[in-house]
Design a protein around this ligand. Sequence first.
Ligand code: DX5
Ligand code: ZN
Length: 215
Amino acid sequence: MAITLAPSLLAADFTKLAEEVSAVEKAGAEYLHLDVMDGHLVPNISFGVPVIQSLRSASNMVFDAHLMISEPHKYVEAFAKAGSDIITIHVESDSNIGETLGHIKSLGKKAGLALNPDAALERAIPYFNQIDMLLIMSVYAGFGGQKYIMDVNEKISEARRLLGPEFDIQVDGGVYLHNLSVPVSAGANVIVAGSAIFGSDNPAQAVLDFKAATL
Ligand code: DX5
Ligand code: ZN
């Protein structure tokens, strides 16, 4: 099964972002996963609009903004203008989820909805007709380098059953080459990997290895 690979910038060397992004783009990664954290919805702060805006001129990849922020409705427009192609919000965020997803779509962007490991799939079902991608977190949002939580496999399989074979189901957290087959066999087709790609000695080679993996 062909996967869409989304290297997470969070694990990149921030002294040379354009170079890092260009390396994974040339190697064939489709999405650039952009982890935005506000220190409120999640206990960590990363980067925001200016970084995404600057990188936009350096890359043609699909910019996949994962907003781990409170009140995302206040910011989706800024992230759309900065050049995000997909904007994913968390079901746990203090926003009117349906309205915010509608807002993302009205800005001409793809809308994603993310579920932390302890959020039941049922919480996302009411929004299935409004989203282009479902993000099932395989770690608790907030930090790179955590261990894949095996319990989420069942949620991925159930989501695949409900959403059909073509729908984009993204998995995020703790995915490496050695366990890539776990989320993919469960039914995920969009794979985020931070430590395994930008955290490796050779991100371009890591992309090639992920793309070549027999699944
Ligand atoms: C976690 C982020 C992830 C993170 C993944 O909150 O959403 O995208 O960068 O990192 P790894 O692949 O290291 O688990
Ligand atoms: Zn993420």
